[in-house]
Design a protein around this ligand. Structure first.
Ligand code: CAA
Length: 258
């Protein structure tokens, strides 16, 4: 699609692909770029032909962070009054699964964008980090919250307080990344996973994502209660009847997403 300057969008069957495309700035996440990402996410979310979304960069960088050149001259009053980075939260409202396919640098806001996705696949040479401390600030797009939930307090403190980078292999060992793949396989595998998800009953996929995300917001008791209610509600779907009947009759289910 040609309406964007800093990203590219295309579809691979039922998977919508967003490619961050400011290679000279290592895909630094300017406000302009992020508004385009939000716009593309919303379009894919509303597109009934799309069931999963992949966000990627290039081999050198997924994204090297928020745009430091844009932030350099900004004052407290300006960022506060305009709720700078406020629009970075839009991704959390997307109903469809989002997979980050990460090669190269995923630093600062780049790491935070990856962590805002539902699943992260990383290339063997990917480099993650929250180096904001070295700029005299702290992560501002959920890094202190999402990293600690993903890897625990000691590692999150070590990473964010020192600003040291960490490898794809460390990220996988710590549970931040679900798979490490050869550099040239990351995107293909992310799209393949998206297609696998797209082949299932979409209301159940949406419910599963919604329920998993509640784990970050609710107590265990409340979370399990929410899950149970959602589980019951899926009994209203034709796809529930189809899925269970297909199992019993030993045939493939035909999903209608209803
Ligand atoms: N913002 C703006 N421009 C950036 C950038 C960023 N975050 N990261 C890289 N660039 C630009 C560089 O300024 C450079 O531009 P010029 O050619 O015009 O000089 C170009 O991208 C290439 O970068 P380098 O020459 O620095 O490439 P390198 O290979 O020597 O180093 C790097 C790569 C280690 C990733 C280095 O670019 C770097 O440290 N980048 C900044 C990483 C960072 O601090 N990120 C956190 C940003 S703050 C943030 O994200 C806040 C938040 O929580 C939301």
């Amino acid at each position: 699609q040609k309406d964007y300057q800093d990203i590219l969008t295309e579809s691979h069957g039922k998977v919508g692909l967003i490619t961050l495309n400011r290679p000279k700035a290592l895909n630094a996440l300017s406000s302009h770029l992020f508004h385009e990402v939000n716009n593309a996410l919303e379009k894919f979310d509303d597109d009934t032909n799309i069931s999963a979304i992949v966000i990627t960069g290039n081999e050198r960088a997924f994204a090297a962070g928020a745009d430091i050149k844009e932030m350099m001259e900004k004052s407290f009053a300006e960022v506060y009054k305009t709720s700078f980075l406020g629009h970075w939260g839009k991704i959390n409202d997307i109903r469809k699964p989002i997979i980050a396919a990460v090669n190269g640098f995923a630093l600062g806001g780049g790491c935070e964008l990856a962590m805002s996705c539902d699943i992260i696949y990383a290339g063997e040479k990917a480099v993650f980090g929250q180096p904001e401390i070295k700029l005299g600030v702290i992560p501002g797009a959920g890094g202190t919250q999402r990293l600690v939930r993903a890897v625990g307090k000691s590692k999150a403190m070590e990473i964010i307080l020192s600003g040291r980078n960490f490898s794809a292999q460390e990220a996988e060992r710590w549970g931040l990344v679900s798979k490490v793949l050869p550099v040239d396989k990351v995107l293909d595998e992310a799209i393949r996973l998206g297609q696998e998800i797209a082949g299932l009953s979409q209301p159940s996929i949406q419910a599963a994502k919604e329920s998993i995300n509640r784990a970050f917001e609710l107590s265990l008791r409340e979370g399990c209660h929410f899950e149970r209610k959602l589980f019951y509600s899926l009994f209203a779907l034709k796809d529930k009847k189809e899925g269970m009947e297909a199992f019993v009759k030993k045939r493939e289910p035909k999903w209608t997403d209803e």
